[in-house]
Design a protein around this ligand. Structure first.
Ligand code: FES
Length: 575
């Protein structure tokens, strides 16, 4: 360990080390908690930002993991303090956790800055918690290590391996079509989530934890360790040790996060056919690090990187299999020729050091570049008069016949209207229709709910139809699939062209040409938008109001206008 910082240079020295009235209070109150002077004086204080909660099954083990971090911080000469923050629980929190990503990012940043903390360990992993923690910690600017919550074990039901979300949607469609009994459906409930940990397909959680690793913010190999594996608490403990070392080394996030590290994340994203949600999060995280990522960047990488991680929903296997196949270091090894391997990591070494040690144990799960899982791209960014700011589709998870398609719109102003219609067995709809949902974007939601995988009309399900083109300004779960065009920007609620679409209008989509076109003249679109008024919003006050007033659009990362950027916030005065 290269020790450069001296104790009197620690940030926490201003709270504990000086001799004045205020520091008397800080020391006496630490003694009040039962710690002696020797235990905390002159030591780096490691804040453990913990998203543990009993309303988040994905994070149920994080209370124990915090103890593992603490044990290593103590053993390595630091002073650990646990700081609870909002859990952002994907399963329970309504109307959508995206509404709270920026809330947690703010809470993380302010919890770090306002307390006597020198270095940080972040505990989280359920969907929005990874980007939120990273965004906040980046803006706080202190050395930090991210401890991914890790995926849960594989699902198991009636001899079948089940994946979170993806199989729920699949079997729900079968149940709606009358192919699965109520009893079988209930049986599945107890087999699909077998341990604590995050969803175990390449959904948003696994995608974002993997991004945290390739960005250099976790210990090598950390992101795929199953939450219930004994390697997980060992990794958490090592993160505590490393956080102490990083304080001495002054290894701050601005020395790790660069344009190169985000370009590595783009390569990874395409290779693992990552969740579409991650596009928004990566743009926001990059913004906090002073790196600009555009929709064009995403599309450029999607054209040159094939999908090689054979993981559901685009592939066959689950995160547990991915871990046994070598995990993220092995995937990076397959991608080595496309990566900036000199990108720095929190280990103090470049990515190359991890890649050199990596072994691919199963080339069916982690394929070589020469044998991709699919020839379809993991992501495509479409633009046109319907989405001037861009929109996204995951071609690898959509039926090929829908990737070049012209059809009449079946347009809905609200989610409720759409739900009512799809359950109507007499709905005037064919497999060629394109379902359009408006007012589900960042401002209109607000918070851009995961409504983008619009349920297929029951009438078509019974005819055996399993995919249709669907367009919205919403997001969709990373575990979802289908020909869903998402994140249309600008959104309908702020009078983006999507608001002009009416049932019967023709829309053309060409994924190969990256185009989306509404067959109306510019004049007609403008005329309709002038006459259109958005539905009433539900937030006259409170956080939802603040969110709607300050969120940026999907292609800009949905950060708040007053949170984005790298302008330095002054250290708190200690009076
Ligand atoms: Fe937490 Fe999916 S619900 S990761």
């Amino acid at each position: 360990m290269t020790i450069r910082k001296k104790p009197e240079e620690f940030r926490s020295h201003r709270w504990f080390g000086v001799k004045d009235l205020r520091s008397f209070g800080h020391r006496s109150r630490t003694l009040q908690m039962g710690f002696s002077h020797e235990e905390f004086m002159g030591k780096p204080v490691i804040g453990i930002i913990n998203t543990w909660s009993e309303v988040n099954p994905c994070h149920l083990h994080l209370r124990n993991r915090a103890e593992a971090v603490k044990r290593a911080v103590w053993a390595n000469g630091g002073f650990p303090v646990e700081i609870p923050v909002m859990s952002v629980s994907e399963q329970y929190q309504k109307p959508t956790t995206m509404l709270y990503r920026n809330f947690l990012a703010m809470e993380t940043e302010e919890s770090i800055r306002s307390h006597p903390v020198d270095g940080v360990v972040l505990l989280g992993g359920c969907d929005k918690s990874t980007p939120a923690l990273v965004m906040g910690a980046c803006s706080a600017g202190l050395p930090f290590v991210f401890v991914p919550a890790g995926p849960m074990l594989r699902g198991n039901w009636a001899g079948k391996v089940l994946g979170s979300g993806a199989d729920v949607w699949k079997y729900w469609a079968e149940k709606e079509a009358g192919n699965i009994t109520e009893e079988q459906w209930q049986d599945m409930e107890s087999g699909i989530a077998r341990s604590y940990g995050t969803c175990m397909v390449m959904g948003t959680a696994a995608t974002m934890m993997s991004h945290a690793e390739i960005l250099g913010l976790t210990l090598p190999g950390a992101s795929a360790i199953p939450a219930a594996d004994a390697a997980h608490p060992r990794m958490a403990a090592m993160a505590g040790k490393r956080a102490v070392e990083m304080v001495f080394e002054d290894l701050t996030p601005n020395k790790i996060l660069t344009r190169k590290s985000f370009e590595n994340a783009l390569v990874l994203h395409m290779a693992m056919a990552g969740s579409t949600n991650a596009i928004i999060h990566l743009v926001a995280m990059a913004g906090r690090a002073g790196v600009e990522l555009s929709m064009a960047d995403f599309d450029a990488y999607s054209r040159k990187v094939p999908v090689i991680a054979n993981i559901r929903p685009s592939g066959e296997y689950l995160m547990e299999d991915f871990f046994y196949a070598g995990g993220l270091p092995a995937l990076m090894k397959q991608l080595e020729s496309l990566l900036h391997t000199d990108a720095m990591t929190i280990s103090g070494q470049p990515l190359k050091a991890t890649i050199d040690r990596a072994v691919v144990y199963n080339e069916e799960v982690i394929r070589p570049l020469s044998r991709p899982v699919s020839t379809a791209n993991g992501l495509a960014v479409l633009t046109g008069n319907l989405a001037p700011g861009g929109c996204v589709i995951k071609p690898s998870a959509a039926e090929a016949r829908l990737q070049k398609h012209t059809g009449p719109a079946l347009a809905f102003e609200t989610y409720e209207d759409m739900l009512k219609a799809v359950n109507d067995e007499n709905l005037d709809v064919t497999p060629d229709h394109i379902m359009v949902l408006k007012n589900a974007g960042p401002v209109g939601g607000p918070g851009m709910p995961e409504w983008g995988m619009l349920p297929l009309p029951r009438k078509l399900l019974k005819q055996g139809v399993r995919d249709m083109l669907r367009i919205s300004d919403a997001r969709m779960s990373g575990t979802s699939y289908g020909a869903c065009i998402l994140h249309v920007a600008p959104e309908a609620y702020i009078k983006g062209p999507l608001a002009a679409v009416q049932t019967g209008d023709l829309i053309s989509v060409d994924v190969e040409a990256r185009s989306i076109h509404l067959h109306l003249s510019d004049e007609e679109i403008t005329r309709r938008l002038r006459a259109w008024t958005p539905p009433e919003r539900d937030y006259p006050r409170g956080f939802g109001k603040m969110y709607a007033e300050h969120t940026k659009q999907a292609n800009e990362g949905c950060d708040f206008d007053f949170l984005e950027g790298t302008a330095k916030v002054k250290e708190p005065d200690i009076h």
